[in-house]
Design a protein around this ligand. Sequence first.
Ligand code: ZN
Length: 219
Amino acid sequence: MSSIPYIDIHTHQVDSEKEILSIVNLDIGNTKHELNMNQAYSIGIHPWDIAKLQIDSVSDYLNNNTTNKNPAAIGEIGLDKLIKTEIEIQERIFIEQLHVAKNQQKPVIIHCVKAQEEILKIKKSNDTGTAWIFHGYNKNLQVAKGFLKYDFYLSFGENLLRNEKLQSVFKQLPLDKIFLETDDKNISIKEIYSKAAEVKGIKIEDLKKQILLNYTKCF
Ligand SMILES: [Zn+2]
């Protein structure tokens, strides 16, 4: 039996399987979630949740919920142009959280919908000195290369299972810049590993080794 874990870099479900190391995302208002002692988690204000914010200060909220509990990452945070919340407000909340990530030296898990240019611009001016992981990546190769140039990691989820275009993008990306995730989907991370290894033409064990290396580099 191999002791290398499957790593689920972004999920909304707690997984109790021993061979899976997952980073569970705590949404706002859900910080009292019962997590077992070893459960890694990320915390942040998702752009979708800005409209229901009832806190005075984003950094106070994050600091109060992070300092004792030591999250693995700040996230998911970012920008989403398909929601009603004004992009200026989204950017302000995003940047405030980047400051917390910088101060606490935590990696960030990025939610980005139709806002690639803005995210790249913000990374240039507000870099955290930590890893940036673009979660749920589903864009083309050219966009992927743009993000890699800015030192992003790209995380792939359910779309990798069936979307052939995305599979071909994945195939061409360097493995040392990749993560895999289940997000809010009711699927197993093992299934995604299996597809990812097949697309890359490598053994699952080798994929697990590489993603563990990526993880130890970022966390
Ligand atoms: Zn998510």
